[in-house]
Write a protein that binds this ligand. Structure first.
Ligand code: GLC
Length: 416
């Protein structure tokens, strides 16, 4: 499926070959930032390191001088697939030329380069890509760490990669509940306003239409700063210390500002007021993946929330929002991440649990994904009660299952 969804060509504008994988040919035709990273996790699990490198090099081919890389790269398909995509780029007179969006997505990319290096020990590739990664992570620090505390701010719900995540309802002015057209207009108006302000971050921060420090993006930022430090170490780059210290600082700030001991959960917070948004989605568990996260926090999260009734318990866990949340809707919907089970969440939480020795719970997530794929194929998301597949078809992320099978080495060959 990954090979069938691969697109290669020559870009005259950027004077480069390009190669990327469409997450789903009909529904998602571009190169997307975090999708590319997920593809690399799958490709490296399948020993396809050459293709993985080409995907990463293409991802950085349009990097701006200041380090920025957008979340959608249009390559040979410059016209937006959806009219709403139009607001996710800066206004430009050259709409028909290949370009990229003005949004970010969770920065998984240093880990992907680490994966490629672990599988190839290719120093030349690392030397070529590390300066670009450094520029990218330094851009994030300069532009998205608004308060200098280490936590990243996002300026659109779509920057979380979990587009209609119910946490954002109150931020965009939608009364928390099952999604409807009003939510659509509220969220699109965030992007439209950002567009009108030409994605000038100073203006956006001043206007404060949508500024959230989101748990998943920040967790991934912390993980990837540590990965940056490891990559720098390999090449003897002294910036290793700077990235390692920063990763630690992000984790400390997450504990201080996002963690609530009483409910044992990490919550998204408003950037300006630091107010917690108490909506239970799988991301309340994500910071567990950070290796230095204190054990007692990890235990509290797992004891309280993993598969607890009324929250994440379901025949096919993990639902993308707690089943007792007013926004929960298990069926197909254009409003993504508001109920169904996504392979991504299981893959992420699997790692949280596996590396903390909660093997039994981790295994349940892995078996769930295997069952879902066997029963309903490679779909974008699945009904947590019936296992029915919905959304995009031939959806590449489901391939993360091969990475889950590889993690403990043994079960990839399990004939069951
Ligand atoms: C959906 C997902 C987003 C992803 C995109 C392409 O919008 O929510 O995370 O990047 O599709 O697959």
């Amino acid at each position: 499926m990954l090979l069938a969804n691969t697109h290669e060509g020559w870009s005259a504008r950027f004077q480069t070959d390009y190669c990327y994988i469409q997450p789903s040919p009909g529904t998602y035709p571009y190169q997307y930032f975090w999708d590319t990273c997920l593809h690399v996790f799958i490709l490296t699990a399948l020993d396809e390191h050459g293709l993985a490198m080409k995907n990463i090099l293409s991802l950085f081919a349009m990097q701006e001088d200041d380090g920025f890389v957008g979340h959608m790269l249009f390559w040979s398909r410059p016209l937006p697939a959806k009219w709403t995509d139009f607001f996710q780029g800066k206004p430009s007179r050259s709409l028909l030329r290949p370009h990229m969006s003005a949004l970010i997505q969770p920065p998984l990319v240093a880990q992907t380069v680490q994966r490629i290096y672990d599988g190839t020990h290719d120093q030349e590739f690392l030397k070529a890509i590390l300066p670009k990664l450094k520029k990218y992570f330094d851009w994030l620090e300069r532009n998205r760490d608004v308060d200098g505390d280490g936590l990243l701010s996002i300026v659109s719900p779509f920057e979380s990669g979990m587009d209609w995540k119910p946490t954002f309802d109150q931020v965009v002015g939608f009364e928390h509940g099952v999604a409807n057209r009003w939510l659509f207009w509220r969220v699109v108006s965030v992007d439209a306003r950002n567009f009108l302000h030409r994605y000038n971050l100073d203006t956006l921060y001043r206007k404060n239409h949508f500024r959230v420090k989101e748990v998943a993006s920040t967790t991934i930022y912390a993980q990837n700063l540590t990965a940056m430090a490891d990559l720098c170490d390999i090449l003897g780059d002294p910036d290793a210390t700077r990235y390692r210290d920063r990763g630690r600082k992000v984790m400390d700030a997450m504990i201080e500002q996002m963690y609530e001991a009483e409910s044992a959960a990490f919550y998204d917070i408003y950037t300006r007021s630091k107010r917690k948004i108490r909506v239970v989605t799988p991301t309340i568990l994500f910071p567990l993946v950070i290796r230095d996260m204190p054990r007692e926090i990890g235990d509290a999260l797992v004891d309280r929330h993993v598969f607890s009734d009324g929250e994440f318990a379901a025949p096919y866990p993990i639902p993308s929002v707690a089943t007792n949340d007013p926004s929960f809707d298990p069926g197909p919907s254009e409003y993504l991440w508001r109920g169904p089970t996504w392979v991504f969440s299981n893959w992420f939480v699997y790692q949280c649990l596996y590396y903390r020795d909660y093997h039994e719970q981790a295994e349940l997530l892995r078996q769930t994904i295997l069952k879902l794929i066997r029963q309903s194929g490679f779909r974008e998301y699945y009904d947590p009660f019936t296992g029915e597949g919905y959304g995009a078809r031939d959806f590449t992320w489901s391939g993360l299952v091969v990475d889950m099978l590889n993690i403990d080495g043994g079960s990839a060959n399990d004939p069951s």
